[in-house]
Design a protein around this ligand. Structure first.
Ligand code: 2M8
Length: 448
């Protein structure tokens, strides 16, 4: 165990701790982000199980009445100018389902059930560990706390998954529709280039970006042209009253997001285990298993033999999105039948086998893709948090050698680059925000 790295990671979480929730990053992201929070809870679990549970409880306190977990729960105490778009720009008051606390009007990948199941495992392991140092303290009590939290959170997570399986998939295809690149979590990935290029920006109210002031070089962030489109999509969603049926009918950007859908498969698998643990009704368990199986088959069907990757589907264009990004490994996350092809592609010179990589960790976009940019956000840099997701998926598939190699390379990366938001894949230069919460959180989990 690298005690120095452990203490440094723990200090990042403590520094970003806002009480019952954690800022995604100290300055750039001063609010609670949905999927960040779930990864962060996995990290907190190794320091304090009760604190980990509080993280998820706080997030779900902002859940919408239709089940949606919004992508940002705003800190009402933070200055309005600390982050843009602010709650006023979302204007979620137009939506009947919006809660009374300030949130955004869109969502992010549903990693929450995965986090809950993972932290239950952490608590179980600590309670069964033979005598010795117990980092979490009161390990048996922690298991009871987890069980109580699972009973409390289970209906909320179930409502969240139901929202995704119905409102975001009215066709019952097994694939989730997203309306905004921010929903994918991989904002300016080339996955969205063609769809965004078709978005015609209308009478967009003026705005001022806040994000570029928090990074060393604005080129590490999405471009102004991308931001205009992001904000125009927000405008259209607000005008549609955040009503899924209206959005599905009229919105210019609708994508079946293959990674989001694969995460929902893994999350349904985890939710099924939670349901069994708390003795949820058999009917619920059958529904959850049905969503999981339908999603897994659908992700498999997104596999493209030429690229050896799973591809998103652009609903408006009616075509698959042909680019080489880390999202293409969705089939490993969902645990489908394309495992050997995807593992071969992951090891190939287009991903981990590229000899120029400083560490064999997945770049967000393949250096072999024409849109690859090594310093620009989701267009090339590696993101430790996605390394964690793949590592966990490989472990679940029983691919222990590949998982161990990815963990070792990821730990070398964070030891050198620190807890950066993202990292230049060839030089190892830390980029974006320093002290990013989810990078510290996954480091704790790798070390534990
Ligand atoms: C990034 O996204 C936000 C918008 O949601 C932004 O750029 O302002 C993404 O990396 C996203 O995946 C992440 O959840 C968020 C906070 O870390 O930052």
């Amino acid at each position: 165990m690298d005690e120095r790295l452990w203490s440094a990671a723990a200090a990042v979480l403590a520094g970003n701790d806002a009480g019952g929730w954690t800022r995604a990053a100290p300055h750039l992201y001063p609010h609670q982000w949905s999927w960040d929070s779930a990864f962060v809870a996995v990290g907190w679990a190794h320091l304090s199980v009760p604190r980990a549970l509080t993280e998820l409880r706080s997030l779900f306190a902002g859940q919408w009445a239709n089940g949606m977990v919004s992508h940002i729960v705003y800190d009402p105490a933070a200055a309005a100018e600390s982050y843009f778009p602010d709650p006023a720009r979302w204007g979620t008051g137009v939506a009947a389902a919006a809660p009374d606390r300030p949130t955004s009007g869109i969502c992010q990948p549903p990693v929450h059930a995965l986090a809950l199941a993972h932290l239950a495992e952490v608590a179980d392991r600590a309670a069964t560990r033979p005598a010795g140092p117990d980092r979490t303290g009161g390990a048996r009590d922690d298991v009871d706390r987890v069980d109580a939290a699972l009973v409390e959170l289970y209906p909320k997570v179930l409502a969240w998954h139901r929202y995704l399986a119905t409102e975001r998939d009215p066709q019952g295809s097994g694939l989730v529709s997203i309306y905004h690149p921010w929903e994918s979590g991989t904002d300016n990935s080339p996955r969205f280039d063609a769809a965004l290029a078709r978005v015609e920006v209308g009478d967009l109210p003026p705005y001022r970006r806040r994000d570029t002031g928090h990074v060393a070089d604005p080129a590490q962030r999405p471009s102004d042209a991308e931001y205009d489109r992001y904000l125009w999509l927000v405008e259209l969603l607000r005008r549609a009253g955040y009503a899924d049926d209206r959005i599905a009918a009229t919105h210019p950007l609708v994508l079946k997001d293959v990674l989001f859908s694969a995460i929902l498969v893994a999350a349904n698998d985890a939710l099924g285990r939670i349901a069994a643990r708390i003795g949820a009704p058999a009917a619920d368990r059958a529904v959850i298993a049905g969503w999981r199986d339908r999603g897994r088959a659908a992700v498999d069907a997104c596999y493209d033999p030429r690229l050896r990757l799973c591809l998103d589907r652009d609903v408006r264009a009616g075509t698959p999105v042909r680019c080489r990004t880390v999202a293409g490994f969705a089939g490993l996350v969902a645990g489908g039948e394309r495992r050997s092809e995807l593992l071969a592609e992951l090891a190939s010179a287009r991903f981990l086998g590229d000899a120029r990589l400083r560490w064999p960790v997945p770049p967000s976009t393949s250096p072999a893709d024409p849109a690859f940019r090594p310093r620009t956000y989701w267009r090339g840099p590696s993101w430790p948090v996605l390394g964690w997701l793949l590592w966990r998926s490989l472990g679940s598939l029983g691919e222990h050698t590949a998982a161990a190699a990815l963990r070792a390379a990821s730990l070398e990366q964070v030891s050198t680059a620190g807890f950066a938001e993202y990292v230049e894949p060839f030089t190892g230069e830390p980029l974006g925000s320093p002290d990013q919460s989810w990078t510290a959180a996954v480091t704790l989990d790798w070390l534990a």
